[in-house]
Design a protein around this ligand. Sequence first.
Ligand SMILES: CC(C)(COP(=O)(O)OP(=O)(O)OC[C@H]1O[C@@H](n2cnc3c(N)ncnc32)[C@H](O)[C@@H]1OP(=O)(O)O)[C@@H](O)C(=O)NCCC(=O)NCCS
Length: 148
Amino acid sequence: MAEADLREIGEIERTTGLSIWGEEAYRAELEKGNSIMLVAVSAAREFDAEQQRRVSGFIVARVTADEVHINNVAVREGARGQGLGSLLLAAALDQAKRARAQMAVLEVRASNRAAQMLYVKHNFVVAGRRRNYYKTPPEDALVMTAAL
Ligand SMILES: CC(C)(COP(=O)(O)OP(=O)(O)OC[C@H]1O[C@@H](n2cnc3c(N)ncnc32)[C@H](O)[C@@H]1OP(=O)(O)O)[C@@H](O)C(=O)NCCC(=O)NCCS
């Protein structure tokens, strides 16, 4: 992820139902430089002449001691179901392992089956539940973990 991607990251965030961080929060995270921040980029062809590349998805994760926390992962609606979410997650987990993380952890809305299936595919299991963790709309979070 680079500074030039932030406008599109903000757009994806607004249209995918994620909890909103906002462009400024991503910029601050980029500047700090201690997070794993990756984008999936599609090459030009079908876009207009001005746009040479398009951000189709992104992931943000942070390693603290021996644990990586997956904060956000999203793929544009029109680009889903093609393996991008899986590629992004695998790349972030791989980078975390190289940074010596031994465990991955994340929260996911209890109703978000697609994301849960993605995580299960990458060996995550449900480790707990946080009541009313999410606002707008209020909902429980499942806590999922994976050994790396
Ligand atoms: C979750 C999300 C990132 C998946 O991205 P994607 O690129 O469509 O996922 P992939 O094509 O890589 O699919 C990987 C796996 O995820 C699961 N999956 C993806 N979409 C699914 C769906 N609609 N229903 C059930 N499982 C699904 C499947 O296990 C799939 O593996 P398979 O293709 O072998 O069956 C995407 O749906 C998204 O952006 N959702 C909105 C944002 C979000 O909810 N993020 C997670 C916050 S915790």
